[in-house]
Design a protein around this ligand. Structure first.
Ligand code: CMP
Length: 145
């Protein structure tokens, strides 16, 4: 079934965006929207609100606002689960021992600096796509320039 999901290239991997986009397209996905943005702290806290009580929340917000990110709408068959499979395990160190070909294994560093993000469900994908690419009247994160 054709689905849409949100893919983010995080600040640690923006210098490798060419290779990451190549991997996405080589896997048969279509990238239907893309933009580079610099998140405000308030925006990052809103995007990751489900993690607000976690021990790593402040590190995560600092990291995600440390530089530009690339947000993409990715379309394909079972795109939500397929993109997360291509991403590999959340922790890049673990990804390297389990799935050496995954995006996080190839381009990430550790449990926080893990190169990329994928929505974890159809409902999350809808919310996260609306966050970065509002359908109408919404306030989107501003372009880096
Ligand atoms: P992401 O898929 O974007 O979703 C939440 C993010 O929080 C995750 O990728 C990591 O960047 C970060 N994260 C998740 N778990 C941990 C953890 N145990 N320690 C530090 N950072 C984490």
């Amino acid at each position: 079934k054709k689905e849409k999901t949100l893919a983010l290239i995080k600040p640690d991997a923006v210098t490798k965006m060419g290779s990451i986009i190549e991997a996405i397209l080589d896997s048969g996905f279509v990238i239907s929207k893309a933009k580079m943005v610099l998140l405000l702290r308030t925006e990052a806290m809103d995007f990751y609100n489900e993690h607000h009580s976690k021990s790593f929340f402040s590190d995560l917000i600092s990291f995600m606002t440390s530089g530009p990110i690339v947000a993409m709408e990715v379309v394909g068959d079972e795109a939500v689960s397929s993109w997360r499979k291509l991403l590999g395990p959340t922790n890049s160190s673990i990804a390297r021992s389990e799935l050496p070909q995954s995006i996080r294994a190839r381009f990430g560093t550790d449990g926080t600096k893990n190169a990329a993000h994928g929505s974890d469900s159809i409902a999350s994908a809808a919310r996260e796509l609306e966050f970065f690419f509002p359908s109408s009247g919404g306030r989107a994160p501003k372009n880096t320039a």
